[in-house]
Design a protein around this ligand. Structure first.
Ligand SMILES: [Zn+2]
Length: 108
């Protein structure tokens, strides 16, 4: 499907569709670029964080911007509120995530 790296979500918000505000378009592109490099829990936590900014768009808007479900964004927020208790910091691996760890081991 994509020849060059991970799929980056295209923002579907009205602002970007209209294309009138270059700063917003660029910001949303960068949010999606960043999200494309995160794993699944990290994506919802990041969007959970930005959803709580004082001038943050609504969850519905954020869903259009990031492609994440509104429910996923809410979940991220709840997990943050619970101090990410289900995802201990010392382990890079996320609870519930099925992906094997892509950790580099130094060859000796
Ligand atoms: Zn946008």
């Amino acid at each position: 499907m994509n020849e060059t790296g991970p799929t980056i979500h295209q923002c579907a918000c009205d602002e970007c569709k209209a294309g009138g505000n270059a700063a917003i378009v660029r910001y949303h592109q960068q949010v999606n670029l960043f999200l494309s490099r995160l794993n699944e829990p990290q994506r919802r936590w990041y969007v959970g964080v930005i959803s709580q900014a004082t001038d943050s768009p609504s969850d519905r808007q954020l869903s259009l911007i990031t492609g994440l479900d509104e429910k996923t964004i809410q979940r991220g927020r709840h997990e943050l509120a619970a101090n990410l208790a289900d995802a201990p910091a010392e382990k890079q691996r996320q609870a519930g995530g099925g992906r094997p760890r892509a950790e580099k081991k130094m060859p000796r």
